[in-house]
Design a binder for this molecule. Structure first.
Ligand code: ATP
Ligand code: MG
Length: 258
């Protein structure tokens, strides 16, 4: 069983003038295959920074702590090595990849991760099936990745990648934002399918308990000022919805709160 282990992770963002601005102030978190964790926290608390740091975004510099996947040093890996090791990030703002079709992108990613090209016979069916389940028009396969996609279409495409690539650990950064009610359900069902396989550990970053009605996390972490300030079960999410983050904000760490 896979395990992502984050210990005392400290991360700064590199500003254009070369200065380092501290964001993550010592994050401790363990996510195992088959577990679902939710991270909730106010704007600017560093949730996306945590996601990018796990994925290896070059703008973020790790200044302390460790991240390991099944004992292997993730921080020593390049971005594509992390993906091949089984880490997956659905970004809060997915980027456009002009000139690369969805079909080509997914096949290339699948080939890179599995170490061999998927069999043509079965792959086309898998791709079609994944699109059908997410109620995506098959015409999307021929469109360039995220180019002109609506916000909700981008999020469905992220979940399609999740279903096809079958990562060990998936970080979903606000996959629920910008979804209409039907899309939220469809996307949540996709996440739950992945969850039911039991092979993937999920880390959901979200502001709202809305998505948590469809996807029930076993663990909820409150993220404020660049670190986890409280942990609990699903009842903690309900409590946050009712009370907000105010009681955590006094004494927040280095990340400023919008
Ligand atoms: N390139 C950058 N330059 C300056 N500050 C940055 C940069 N990237 C991130 N930050 C700052 O780091 C802090 C944390 O940002 P981050 O995006 O991780 O927050 P978040 O918790 O994901 O917020 P949200 O809920 O709004 O998505 C913010 O104060 C943000 O302004
Ligand atoms: Mg964010």
């Amino acid at each position: 069983m896979s395990e992502l282990s984050i210990r005392n992770l400290q991360v700064s963002v590199k500003l254009p003038d070369g200065e380092l601005k501290p964001i993550l102030a010592g994050v401790d978190l363990t996510v195992r295959a088959g577990e679902t964790h939710a991270i909730m926290g106010p704007n600017g608390s560093g949730k996306s920074t945590l996601a990018y740091s796990i994925a290896g975004h070059p703008r973020y510099e790790v200044t302390g702590g460790s991240v390991t996947l099944d004992g292997q040093d993730v921080l020593a890996m390049t971005v594509d090595e992390r993906a091949r090791a089984g880490l997956f990030l659905a970004m809060q703002y997915p980027v456009e990849v002009p000139g690369v079709s969805v079909a080509n992108f997914l096949r290339t990613a699948k080939t890179a991760i599995d170490g061999q090209a998927p069999k043509l016979r079965t792959w086309a069916g898998e791709l079609r099936g994944a699109m059908e389940k997410l109620q995506m028009d098959p015409a999307f396969a021929q469109r360039n990745v995220n180019e002109g996609f609506s916000g909700g279409e981008k999020k469905r495409h992220e979940i399609m990648q999740l279903e096809l690539l079958k990562p060990k650990i998936a970080v979903l950064d606000e996959t629920d934002s910008g979804l209409d009610i039907d899309a939220l359900r469809i996307v949540s069902e996709g996440v739950n399918r992945v969850r039911e396989n039991g092979d993937t550990g999920l880390l959901l970053i979200t502001h709202y308990t809305r998505i948590l009605r469809y996807i029930k996390p076993e663990f909820v972490h409150v993220f404020v000022g660049g670190r986890i300030v409280e942990e609990g079960g699903p009842e903690l999410a309900e409590q946050l919805e009712a009370q907000g983050y105010e009681r955590y904000l006094a004494g927040a760490g280095p990340a400023s709160v919008a």
